[in-house]
Design a protein around this ligand. Structure first.
Ligand SMILES: NC(=O)c1ncn([C@@H]2O[C@H](COP(=O)(O)O)[C@@H](O)[C@H]2O)c1NC=O
Length: 539
């Protein structure tokens, strides 16, 4: 493959940025310009000579632009192998002229979906002729140059000026980029059809039910950033965002200060944001996260009080933690948070004074989100395993007081019930086996990620006792608390460990073979226990 001169170019772009300047530069270099309707108009309006593609094909652009370039004169011009005698003969026979350069970008399908357009408008933004031309010219990269990104226009001109044509290496690179574009574009279209409801698209709720898991999984994500490294320094990492509509999350947050986010920061900050999103509508709330598990969560009448209570739950673990709030940050809360080393703070806003306080901590990463994501939104979770990919719907199950079944002789008091629901909500965001003690809207002790439930229960109680000691409280806050278990207690031992720690109320899914024994043990210990009928495993 050698350097290829550009004599004739076809320009057809939806995103017209830089196109007039490029057309100008090409015309100045003696390139003949051919173009489609809107692009031709922009070029012509700039006073440049341009031929309409309709003049080439002998057909007008028709059917609202659905058919413009889908013609052998265009595709023959892009696909002909220039040094194949038979191809050249066909070109001569049918009056097909070679097209050396295609400058193109596609109908804005993804942004049309993202703005919530109606089905008809989305469908009309599925580009047909554009991808066809991209594929033709990229296939014929031995002779044809295809540009799909305005960012590549300067390099083209530099090549023309340096060598009088494009290099094989450039054409190959642009062809690869072009196929990546059509692949991602088609994946975006396919996922709109497949996951309409999961991604909040406008096909309606029945679309997901009809095809929960399509035979082929189309995913279209664009790389947002390459990260310094992955979970460990010897791992490489990047963060991708959907090419279509995205739930506002950590990748969409505005980072006001601090070093760039690491892989672990993304993971922990996401855990924090998802947890605090559960409290979007409630009193001021704060969650402190370490290694994707909460180490303190609290609700209070002010954000400062909520932070202090969450911090007191486990001051040791809060060091180097990720803090998320459900309210914009104020100065007092900012001052308290910066009292210890904190990696990341996420909030739906921060007033000027708070921002100034954070600014003094150069390494602290401050992320502001426009709004908290909807906790019970639909969506999918993906996890790679050796040889495959596990896909499931998000755990968006929620429980209210009306869903609970009292199974003990004693029903929970109003306060116990509130603490049960609070502890249950937090437990949903704790790695299994999860045990969460809570009192007065504050976590008292959290046991996460143990291989048996009794150990989680004990660890949570130990943490709570240590926290009481550190804070100088007369007793552990597990005394008089409610305890939540993410899955049923298979035996009474885990529940008894909680009773021993002073819990007076229990919330758990129920459904164990031994439920009767567990209920009897709860009655004997004077506990009030409710069943949710819903489990919240999180692995
Ligand atoms: N139908 C066709 O033959 C066709 N050929 C090119 N397009 C697209 O039309 C757009 C440019 O249109 P215009 O120059 O009229 O603004 C480009 O995004 C291009 O990908 C087409 N449009 C849709 O399929």
């Amino acid at each position: 493959m050698s350097t290829m001169a550009i004599r004739r170019a076809l320009l057809s772009v939806s995103d017209k940025s830089g196109i007039v300047e490029l057309a100008q530069a090409l015309a100045a270099r003696g390139v003949e310009l051919v173009s489609t309707g809107g692009t031709a108009k922009a070029i012509r309006d700039a006073g440049l000579p341009v031929k309409d593609v309709a003049d080439l094909t002998g057909f007008p652009e028709m059917m609202d632009g659905r058919v413009k370039t889908l013609h052998p004169v265009v595709h023959g011009g892009l696909l002909a192998v220039r040094d194949d005698a038979a191809h050249v003969a066909s070109m001569e026979e049918h009056g097909i002229g070679p097209i050396d350069l295609l400058v193109i970008n596609l109908y804005p399908f993804e942004s049309t979906v993202a703005k919530g357009a109606a089905r008809d408008e989305v469908v009309e933004n599925i580009d047909i002729g554009g991808p066809a031309m991209v594929r033709s010219s990229a296939k014929n990269h031995a002779f044809v140059t295809v540009l799909t990104d305005p960012a590549d226009y300067p390099e083209l001109l530099a090549q023309l000026d340096a060598d009088g044509g494009t290099s094989a290496a450039f054409r190959i690179r642009m062809a690869g980029k072009a196929y990546a574009l059509t692949a991602a574009y088609d994946a975006a279209i396919a996922s709109w059809f497949a996951f309409a409801d999961a991604f909040g698209n406008p096909l309606g709720p029945d679309a997901l039910k009809a095809t929960p898991f399509p035979a082929t999984l189309p995913l279209a994500f664009a790389r947002k950033d390459e990260l310094r490294y992955g979970e460990n320094p010897h791992q490489s990492a990047a963060v991708y965002v959907p090419r279509g509509p995205a739930t506002p999350g950590i990748p969409q947050a505005r980072q006001l200060q601090g070093k760039e986010l690491s892989y672990n920061n993304y993971n922990d900050a996401d855990a924090a944001l998802e947890l605090i999103a559960e409290f979007a509508e409630s009193d001021p709330a704060v969650a402190i996260i370490k290694h994707a598990n909460p180490c303190g969560v609290a609700q209070a009448s002010t954000l400062l009080a909520a932070y202090e209570a969450a911090f007191d739950c486990d001051r040791t673990s809060a060091f180097g933690g990720i803090v998320a709030t459900n309210r914009p940050l104020d100065a007092e809360t900012a001052r308290a948070i910066t009292g210890i080393f904190t990696e990341v703070v996420i909030a739906p806003g921060a007033d000027e004074e708070a921002q100034a306080i954070f600014a003094a901590k150069k390494n602290l990463r401050l992320l502001l989100v426009d709004s908290l994501p909807r906790a019970n939104r639909p969506g999918l979770q993906l996890k790679t395993i050796a040889g495959g990919l596990l896909v499931q719907s998000r755990d968006n199950g929620t429980i209210s007081a009306a869903d609970l079944k009292v199974v003990t002789k004693r029903a929970p008091t109003e306060r116990e019930l509130a603490d049960c629901l609070f502890a249950w909500t937090v437990a949903k965001h704790v790695k299994s086996n999860a045990i969460v003690y809570a009192k007065d809207g504050v976590t008292a002790g959290i046991g996460a990620g143990q291989m048996n439930r009794r150990d989680s229960s004990r660890i949570a109680a130990i943490r709570a006792a240590e926290s009481a000691e550190v804070a100088g409280w007369p007793a552990s806050r597990t005394v008089g608390s409610a305890v939540a278990s993410d899955a049923f207690f298979p035996f009474p031992d885990g529940l008894l460990a909680a009773a021993e720690a002073g819990a007076t109320a229990v919330i758990q899914p129920g459904g164990a073979m031994n439920d009767a024994d567990v209920i009897a043990a709860a009655d004997e210990a004077g506990l009030a226990m409710v069943f949710t009928g819903m489990r919240h495993f999180r692995h």
